[in-house]
Design a protein around this ligand. Structure first.
Ligand code: URA
Length: 233
């Protein structure tokens, strides 16, 4: 990897500030001051900036139990962002793997590995996401049978050209729905229930593929194990 990129990845310096630090002679590689941004460094090289050793962090994979009032967007907006919960170096670089609405709680994955993120979210990968939706109106009997059929066959949401992929609906009680989706369209759960004349008053994501929140409380996070990361190969 180029030395200026290495510096940008391991410090708070941007690439152009890294070049300036190099130019000022603040960076050494294996004890020798190096000023060329294009110099190549690898894992075995000892890189120091102002005498401080720099360590390249690998790709990171994290799960968070997102509270309400928190947004998945990487950009600063009205609400706190999911990355602000993650106490890791360079957490700002992590991106949510499929977004939850501000008022939705539950399992959010974050990573800086774009290919892995794609494997989790691409509809053709058929990765199941399970949601628990609280409904404003009870859903039972014939209306439930019709909804199950409708979600299983796919519905055309307003403004879209393709019907939703087959989804599985099970009621835990008359107001509590468990909906399993294999894709992640904008406000999908809320729009699907709106399409059958109901309204979602609370929404929580319980699982993504084989991953569940386990004992993570709202606002808590943890890194995934290598085995968990490999589950989305
Ligand atoms: N569907 C929704 O409507 N909202 C979410 O946050 C996730 C899925």
């Amino acid at each position: 990897m180029r030395l200026d990129r290495f510096l940008a990845e391991t410090t708070e310096l941007t690439r152009s500030l890294a070049k300036k630090a190099l130019h000022r002679g603040e960076v050494s590689v294996n004890g020798e001051v190096i000023k060329q941004p294009a110099s190549q460094v690898g894992e075995s090289d000892r890189v120091e900036w102002d005498g401080q050793p720099l360590v390249l962090v690998g790709l990171r994979y994290v799960m968070l139990n997102k509270p309400t009032g928190v947004e998945c967007s990487a950009r600063r907006g009205l609400y706190p962002r999911v990355v602000e919960f993650i106490d890791l170096p360079k957490a700002e670089r992590l991106q949510a793997v499929g977004r939850l609405d501000v008022d939705t709680t539950g399992l959010v994955l974050l990573t800086d590995d774009g290919q892995w993120s794609h494997r989790v979210t691409a509809p053709r990968k058929r990765c199941a996401k399970v949601y628990r939706a609280t409904l404003a109106e009870p859903l039972a009997g014939e209306a439930l049978a019709a909804a199950v059929k409708c979600f299983e066959e796919g519905i055309l949401l307003e403004g879209e050209e393709k019907p939703t992929l087959p989804a599985r609906l099970v009621m835990r009680n008359d107001y509590e729905a468990e909906l399993t989706l294999y894709e992640g369209r904008y406000h999908q759960v809320k729009r699907m229930f709106a399409a059958i004349g109901n309204h979602v008053t609370a929404l929580h994501r319980e699982s993504v593929g084989p991953l569940t929140l386990g004992s993570l409380e709202l606002g808590e996070w943890r890194e995934l194990s290598p085995d968990e990361v490999a589950m989305f190969a």
